[in-house]
Design a protein around this ligand. Structure first.
Ligand SMILES: [Zn+2]
Length: 253
């Protein structure tokens, strides 16, 4: 096997793509914020290193090699414990001014009386469409909690549990509302959905598409909403693509 020529990292937290440093992370990884990932690994390996947020890396992986292959403008969403995302515009990750663009989980879908969010805001998409949000909705409807996450809820729904069916439908509808705004704003080639909730499969995605169709403008309402083709590999493959890009930039300089 040839020796590695560069390293790509898709990391949790907000990453400054210029310095490769973690600028913000929640307490789920204590003391992660402030970690100079790029400097650490460049020093240790003596290789060019590219670091980006894992949502951005996932979106880039799917845009270059996965479900959105060939797309120039791609929105990638990871719907799981939280909702992460990445924007690929003109074939590249769109970072915004401070490097933290693409926080799709925190677009506001419910301004008045919105549920409080971990980000400090209210009514964020994540509070309605993530896995825990769907489980909480079920608990509210049924009066009991469920173990086994959204997959267990899907089995209950299939067995005739209306609360489970409504909880999943509510999550799908909320996601569709959020995606509709993103489509209206960005007019991408497609949206790729990954993560644990997306593993509910086509019945779930059909409900997401129905909500998109209801809320997005024509002709954006018919934008393909696709399941991830690369699954958990998307982040790794996208990080490798970032490494190639960095290598190209380094050799061109
Ligand atoms: Zn939020």
């Amino acid at each position: 096997m040839p020796a590695a020529q560069a390293l790509g990292i898709g990391s949790a937290g907000d990453i400054d793509p210029n310095t490769g440093c973690v600028v913000f992370a929640t307490d789920s990884i204590p003391a992660w914020a402030g970690t100079p990932l790029r400097t650490h690994f460049e020093t240790a390996l003596d290789l060019p290193v590219a670091v980006d947020n894992d949502g951005n890396a996932m979106a880039l992986g799917e845009a270059r090699f996965g479900a959105a292959r060939g797309g120039r403008h791609v929105i990638g969403l990871t719907v799981g414990t939280g909702i992460g995302g990445g924007l690929i515009l003109d074939g590249r990750v769109f970072h915004g001014r401070m490097g933290v663009a693409g926080a799709a989980g925190h677009i506001v879908i419910q301004a008045a009386h919105g549920l409080p969010c971990v980000c400090g805001g209210r009514g964020c998409l994540e509070m309605y469409a993530s896995g825990p949000a769907i489980e909480t909705a079920y608990q509210r409807l049924r009066g009991t909690s469920v173990t086994g996450g959204v997959k267990a809820l899907q089995r209950l729904a299939e067995a005739g549990d209306d609360a489970a069916r409504l909880a999943i439908a509510g999550g799908a509808s909320a996601l569709g509302v959020g995606i509709a705004s993103l489509l209206n704003l960005l007019n991408p080639d497609c949206v790729v959905i990954a993560g644990g909730v997306a593993q509910l499969g086509e019945p779930y995605l059909e409900q997401v598409r129905a909500a998109v169709h209801l809320h997005a403008k024509a002709p954006m309402r018919d934008t393909p909403i696709l399941p991830s083709a690369l699954g958990v590999q998307a982040n790794l493959i996208g990080a490798a693509a970032l490494a190639w890009d960095r290598l190209d930039a380094t050799s061109a300089a």
